[in-house]
Design a protein around this ligand. Structure first.
Ligand code: NAP
Length: 263
C-alpha cells in the first residue's frame, strides 16, 4: 500500500475509535511563529483533527511573546483537565529556548512525545514504524541504517528499530562517503533524516529488497524534495511530498488517542 492509501484506510479506523470514545477528544496547538512552514504544518494538523472528529483549538500568541509568558500558558494547559493533549508548534522565535519548552510540557499532555519522560514516542519515528509494520517489513536481524542523529528523529528512530531487533547503524555528518556507501549497500532498511536535498543520489547502490524511508524536507522554487533521489531501484521508497510528513501527522492524532486512553 502507498503511504497515501495507508493514511486513508487508517483514518477510517481512527474515526470509528474516536467516535466510540463517547466523549470529546480535545487537542490544543500553541503557535507563535507565522513562517510559511509552521502555518502549513498547523493547517494540516487542524485539518486532520477535524476529519477525525477531534476537537482542536489553535492558540496563536504574538511572535514577540517572552519565554515566561509562554511557560505560563503551558502551565495553564498542563493543569486544564479538559485538554487531553497539546503541542507547541516548533520552531520557536529566537528569544525562547526550545529545550526548556519541551521540558515544560507535562508528560501527561505531551502528544509530540518530546519530553524525556513521555509515555509516547516522537511522531515521526512512530509514524514510520506504524507504516513499516503495516507493510509487513521484516525487522528481526535485519540491517537498519539511520542517517541523522537528532533528538526528535534519528535517535528515537534508531532506538525503535533496535527494540525490533534490527542491527542498527547510525550515520551522521562526520561519516565518510566511503563508509556511507558501504553501510547503505548492505542495508535492508534505510531512514534518512538529514535535510540535504538528494544527499543520497545515484552514487549509492542498494539491495533490490531494501526499504528506503525519506524523512527530509527540502524546499526550493519547484516545491518539496526529499534527502533521497526518487525512484531508486528498491522494494519500497517513501516519496516526498506524500510520505513521512503524512505519517508524522497521523501519528500525532494516534498519540492523542493513546494519551486519552491511558487516563
Ligand atoms: P537536524 O536536527 O538538523 O539533524 C540533521 C542530522 O543530519 C544531524 O544528525 C547531522 O549530523 C546529520 N547530517 C548533516 N549533514 C549530513 C551529511 N552530509 N551526511 C550525513 N549526515 C548529515 O534535523 P532533523 O530535525 O532530524 O530533520 C532532518 C530532516 O527531516 C529535515 O529536512 C527536516 O525538515 C525533516 N523532518 C521531516 C519531518 C516530517 O514530518 N516529514 C519531521 C521532522 C524532520 P551531526 O549530528 O553530525 O550534525
Amino acid at each position: 500500500m502507498t503511504v497515501k492509501e495507508y493514511i486513508k484506510a487508517r483514518k477510517e479506523e481512527l474515526k470509528v475509535e474516536i467516535a466510540n470514545l463517547g466523549e470529546p477528544l480535545n487537542f490544543v496547538i500553541v503557535q507563535l511563529n507565522e513562517d510559511e512552514a509552521s502555518k502549513a504544518y498547523v493547517k494540516g494538523k487542524l485539518k486532520d483533527a477535524a476529519e477525525l472528529g477531534i476537537h482542536a483549538e489553535l492558540i496563536k500568541l504574538p511572535v514577540e511573546t517572552s519565554q515566561e509568558e509562554l511557560l505560563r500558558e503551558i502551565d495553564r494547559l498542563n493543569n486544564d483537565d479538559s485538554v487531553d493533549g497539546f503541542i507547541v508548534q516548533m520552531p520557536l522565535p529566537k528569544q525562547i529556548d526550545e529545550e526548556t519548552v519541551k521540558l515544560a510540557v507535562s508528560p501527561d499532555k505531551d502528544v509530540d512525545g518530546f519530553h524525556p519522560l513521555s509515555k509516547l514516542n516522537p511522531c515521526t519515528p512512530q509514524g514510520i514504524m506504524n507504516y513499516l509494520k503495516h507493510e509487513n517489513v521484516a525487522f528481526l536481524g535485519k540491517n537498519a541504517v539511520v542517517i541523522g542523529r537528532s533528538n526528535i528523529v534519528g535517535k528515537p528512530m534508531a532506538k525503535m528499530l533496535l527494540k525490533e531487533s534490527c542491527n542498527v547503524t547510525v550515520l551522521h555528518s562526520k561519516t565518510s562517503f566511503e563508509d556511507m556507501e558501504r553501510y547503505l549497500k548492505y542495508a535492508d532498511i534505510v531512514v534518512v533524516a538529514v535535510g540535504r536535498q538528494h544527499l543520497i543520489d545515484d552514487k549509492f547502490t542498494f539491495k533490490k529488497s531494501a526499504v528506503l524511508v525519506d524523512v527530509g524536507i527540502n524546499r526550493d522554487e519547484n516545491g518539496l524534495h526529499g534527502d533521497i533521489l526518487p525512484d531508486r531501484d528498491v522494494y519500497l521508497q517513501t516519496p516526498v511530498p506524500g510520505g513521512v510528513g503524512l505519517l508524522t501527522r497521523l501519528a500525532l492524532m494516534e498519540n492523542l488517542l493513546k494519551m486519552k486512553k491511558s487516563k
